[in-house]
Design a protein around this ligand. Structure first.
Ligand code: XBP
Length: 234
């Protein structure tokens, strides 16, 4: 077996968390008296910019809003992270097939890592919200937006995850849901399985090694397994 590790993206891949991110942004905008509101339609567009702080900055620029400093954005974003962790438990579960694959990886000594654009604390919050079903303590590397300044589609987050695992790209595979994530993984030389999520169904994922609707069904009713991932090739 060639495969030694699976590196997961978080938002949209492990769980449908983007609606919770959107809600958390809106709560902060409301409480700060800014009068901004991100509808699902607008958020679909804004998601093309990865990273919460970067997304807020992109929004102010595109709306011609002035007088918002980087410090303002950093403090709005800190509040958003707090609200996100509070909102998460009521509204989230892992996507179908995720827990099964994680459990199989652990039982077969396939190493686990996370490569995400989101803030690392949000990954911990997700594991808690799903009652520890992610088994995050078993992951060897959790690399996110605080560790890596260059957000996806830069391959940096995957390069750092591979370096932490001490593996070559061909020894691992990435699991992603979005175009920027697929490009990041491929840019780092990894194979990539894509499973589109609520906000990414219309994304061009054609650079992925393979695409499935969900990890619980790879098209023939069977789940994505370690053996299936091991055999994926370009
Ligand atoms: C998804 C993102 C993130 C979240 C917000 O990242 O783009 O920016 O929407 O998270 P990924 P922060 O799919 O790589 O996990 O506000 O913490 O940046």
């Amino acid at each position: 077996m060639m495969l030694k590790a699976v590196i997961f993206d978080v938002d949209g891949t492990l769980a449908e968390t983007e609606e919770v991110h959107r809600e958390a942004f809106n709560v902060v905008f409301e409480q700060s008296g800014l009068g901004w509101y991100w509808s699902p339609e607008l958020y679909r567009e804004l998601l093309k910019v990865t990273g919460g702080k970067e997304r807020i900055r992109h929004f102010t620029r595109s709306e011609g809003i002035t007088g918002i400093s980087d410090e303002d954005i950093a403090s709005l974003h800190r509040l958003k992270t707090t609200h996100y962790a509070e909102l998460l438990p009521q509204s989230v579960e892992l996507r179908p097939g995720v827990e099964r694959l994680i459990d199989e990886c652990l039982s077969r000594s396939i190493r686990l890592a996370i490569a995400t654009t989101t803030t690392e604390a949000n990954v911990e919050a997700l594991d808690q919200a799903v009652g520890g079903a992610l088994k995050l303590s078993q992951f060897e590397a959790i690399v996110g937006g605080v560790t890596v300044p260059e957000k996806k589609p830069s391959p940096q987050v995957y390069e750092v995850a591979l370096a932490k695992l001490g593996l070559k790209p061909e020894e691992a595979i990435a699991i992603e849901d979005a175009r920027a994530g697929v490009l990041a993984a491929r840019g780092a030389g990894l194979r990539c399985l894509a499973s589109p999520s609520f906000y990414t169904v219309e994304h061009d994922l054609s650079k992925a090694t393979a695409i499935v609707d969900r990890l619980s069904d790879r098209g023939d009713g069977k789940p994505v397994t370690v053996d299936y991932l091991d055999l994926l090739s370009d």
